[in-house]
Design a protein around this ligand. Structure first.
Ligand SMILES: N[C@@H](CCC(=O)N[C@@H](CS)C(=O)NCC(=O)O)C(=O)O
Length: 224
């Protein structure tokens, strides 16, 4: 049975991007349903399919999975050949740990730098807490690349669930011109070179919906 992934705005919905890009890169076929976060009936529609009333939600026959990390786990089980988690136990443990760190943390960074795919690249100052999140992520990426990245340009070589969890951070670091080390720069370039990245970004830039609280230059809406 075909899978359906319900997502929010491609410009702003960082949680939606995670399973979407994982499925695209892994070649997992799905139908996409986009509900704008500011649609008047967003809550009503999404609450019918998601326990939290939030997106993303994966519908797999009679199974509904919300929470981006749970969706990635479901996909990893359902499509083992996609190798969404590394085969090596040490790498897999690290991948799960850093994916969980992303899912549960880095709120200061997420608050300060909302994902905004249409904003031009312009540096944006970070407060101390957000800067600490950025340093931790830079270290995570460097360590994964050094310890587990020999098989390809992504955190654990080939693109997987951990990369999907950090894809919106790649977008944020790029858009707001955050300082990162050389290994992280190269990693970001590899993620942004994915055809799935271009597909998501191109669609995001054509969206008509503006969310003022996610526009750091408000009342200006800067578009590349
Ligand atoms: N922890 C959740 C977060 C989901 C989330 O916050 N989604 C946002 C869009 S990016 C949402 O649906 N917001 C609408 C709302 O809160 O009403 C996940 O991993 O999926």
């Amino acid at each position: 049975m075909a899978l359906t992934l319900v997502i929010g705005n491609k410009n702003y919905s960082s949680w939606s991007m995670r399973p979407w890009i994982a499925m695209k890169v892994a070649g997992i076929a799905f139908e996409e349903v986009l509900i704008s976060l500011n649609a008047p009936d967003f809550k009503e529609r999404v609450s019918k399919i998601s326990g939290t009333g939030k997106v993303p939600v994966l519908i797999d026959g009679g199974v509904h999975v919300w929470e981006s990390l749970a969706i990635l786990e479901h996909l990893a089980e359902r499509f083992p050949d996609a190798c969404l988690w590394p085969a090596n136990p040490a790498a897999r443990g690290r991948a799960r740990a850093i994916a969980s760190e992303m899912h549960a943390g880095f709120q200061p960074l997420r608050r300060a730098l909302p994902m905004n795919m249409w904003r031009p690249v312009i540096r944006h100052a970070l407060d101390d807490e957000a800067a600490a999140s950025a340093r931790r992520i830079d270290a995570i990426w460097r360590e994964c690349r050094e310890s587990h990245g020999a098989g390809g340009p992504f955190l654990f070589g080939r693109f997987g669930a951990a990369d999907a969890m950090y894809a919106p951070v790649v977008a944020r670091f790029h858009t707001y011109d955050v300082d990162v080390g050389e290994a992280s720069r190269a990693y970001m370039a590899a993620v942004m070179a994915l055809p799935a990245w271009s597909e998501w970004t191109a669609a995001a830039r054509t969206e008509p919906w503006v969310l003022p609280h996610d526009e750091v230059d408000w009342p200006q809406v800067l578009k590349a």
